[in-house]
Design a protein around this ligand. Structure first.
Ligand SMILES: [Zn+2]
Length: 222
């Protein structure tokens, strides 16, 4: 897909920029090249961007499908914005339509991850970057967003495989950024200030979910 290819190329360029800023300009070649590259860095200086690898995921086992750059903002979290929330969403549709929406540059929204009914996890935006998922700028900047395939009004949307996979994903996120596993820090979209969204809705079993995340967190620690 075109969008994915573009982002792949951008990733390689950024990897090289990161090297230059890191002081390895000599390894790249001419000073002219370094100057040319540095002229594009006005938006990052004086920070050093972390290297990005095309197709790499933050959660082992996730599959990478890049979202359209129109649906997120490049950032350098957690250095520029601390991450202290996980936001749980429900797609109100199937997996394929969610992927398609997040690849649509006009959609203006996307989450970092989508968890399918069968427990497969797709990552569409890097945790480094700010995804437009919460409808609240500050909450977008401070959180990682996880979509779950299904409908808020259907209890049957939320399968055992989905809970288990999502809990492992959230445990990993909480572990990476030191986020406490509780309902203050693992929240639903409905709890984001100012939102009119209701997801994940009344059938999402929070007690079960937090229990599973804590269990997954302990398993990680062993
Ligand atoms: Zn939502």
């Amino acid at each position: 897909m075109g969008a994915e290819k573009r982002s792949g190329d951008a990733d390689r360029r950024l990897g090289r920029r990161a090297l230059i800023v890191g002081g390895a300009a000599a390894a790249v070649g001419t000073a002219a090249l370094a100057r040319e590259e540095l002229s594009h860095l006005w938006w990052r200086l004086p920070g050093v961007e972390k290297p990005r690898v095309a197709g790499a995921v933050d959660f082992r086992g996730a599959r990478w499908v890049g979202a359209s750059p129109g649906n997120f903002r490049r950032a350098d979290r957690p250095d520029d914005y601390a991450i202290d929330r996980v936001v749980v969403h429900v797609t109100q549709g199937g997996y394929a339509s969610a992927v398609k929406a997040f690849q649509d540059p006009a959609h203006q929204a996307a989450a970092h991850y989508i968890v399918r009914r069968d427990g497969r996890i797709t990552q569409m935006i890097r945790e480094l970057d700010v995804a437009y998922h919460a409808g609240n700028r500050q909450y977008n900047e401070r959180s990682v967003g996880i979509e779950h395939e299904g409908f808020v009004e259907r209890r049957s949307s939320f399968t055992d495989a989905m809970y288990a996979a999502s809990a492992r994903l959230t445990a990993g996120i909480c572990g990476r950024y030191g986020i406490p596993v509780d309902r203050e820090h693992v929240i639903g979209h409905v709890e984001v200030p100012g939102t009119d969204h209701t997801d994940p809705g009344p059938y999402w079993d929070w007690d079960r979910y937090i229990r599973l995340v804590r269990r997954a967190e302990q398993a990680r620690g062993q």
